[in-house]
Design a protein around this ligand. Sequence first.
Ligand SMILES: CC(C)(COP(=O)(O)OP(=O)(O)OC[C@H]1O[C@@H](n2cnc3c(N)ncnc32)[C@H](O)[C@@H]1OP(=O)(O)O)[C@@H](O)C(=O)NCCC(=O)NCCS
Length: 361
Amino acid sequence: MPNAMITGWGKCLPPAALTNHDLATFMDTNDEWIYSRTGIKQRYISHVDTSALATLAAKRALACAGLKGSDIDMIILGTATPDTLVPNIAATVQAEIGAECAALDINAACSGFLYGLGLATAQIRSGQYKRILVIGAERLAFYLDWSRRDTAVLFGDGAGAVVVEATEQDVGVKAYELNNDPEGREILKTTFGTQMDRLDAESLDFFLQFDGREIFKRAIAGMGGLSQKVLTKLDMTSDDIDIVIPHQANVRIIDTLISKMKIPAEKAFKNIENYGNTSAATVPIALCDALEQGRIKPGQNILTCAFGAGLTSAAMMIKWGERVTPINECDEELPACDKTALEIIEKSVKYFLSKAEKEQA
Ligand SMILES: CC(C)(COP(=O)(O)OP(=O)(O)OC[C@H]1O[C@@H](n2cnc3c(N)ncnc32)[C@H](O)[C@@H]1OP(=O)(O)O)[C@@H](O)C(=O)NCCC(=O)NCCS
């Protein structure tokens, strides 16, 4: 049975950074609160759609693997913020990279990338496909109500992608577990969808709603439980893990998870400070950053895990191959952005602040 090995990786962050200080210009918050409670200093706000972020991340991953779009057999794109629901945006990526293949979006919220990598692994192990592009891409600002300081400070936009290839070597995805806890559906949600009444303006007023404390607890239990299952499946212990690439939702969630699993703190990779929570994109972006920083060495055991709305959770063990540097680079960039992050969100901020004022009056 072939193994599924990551041979290419790429990320795409839009250029406009929104700092905690920027948020404090229109919201009752401050850098100290946000950083100490979440580990976040800034996040990026995109001036282009989710598919454009996904496409550039995909092109960078293809170059890294030394492949062309036409080499790809399937595209799986994890997103909860597609530019369009119909058609799916994996199709947009497909058109942009010139692939002739199967293409689908999946929505497992913040676990979307790892769900996609699990499905890709199964396709490769079955012998159906040899080269699959797995992408996590989000434009979370779409769901944010800028008058809600408990949620608006947490999220950011971005994309990450990997190329997974069939190999006979004993490397790649060794084991994974995916789960969903439907009891937690209500604690992290948005009303966006066909339940909205297109003829009623109020119904179109959707935003991300959640119970932060409850999610915090369930995230640790979900990721910790599945990670332990993966270790048991592989007859491994925490000592065998070289690096952990967790979903980046809150630095305190990562620290608590790592300490509960008795993994040394320095083995946890964290980059939430720069990006906030980019949902399905956090894991592939973190993987790219870890590789760029030389944190991943040939043959290492990487534990990666995530959780998100649903409440979905995922955990996976990857044995890295030999190559830790790209074969080629892609020199394309996003279209230039002539606005600051505050300017990009200005209209939306005005709308939500005035709505909140009216509700309080
Ligand atoms: C959201 C989260 C950061 C809140 O942290 P917390 O330590 O639990 O903070 P609390 O909710 O207890 O709020 C503490 C106080 O800070 C205030 N506060 C909330 N957001 C604030 C902000 N941005 N700035 C300043 N104060 C804020 C609250 O109003 C509350 O004030 P009060 O004590 O006067 O009522 C944390 O619960 C979390 O990260 N949860 C999970 C994240 C998540 O769900 N991510 C998405 C899923 S992938």
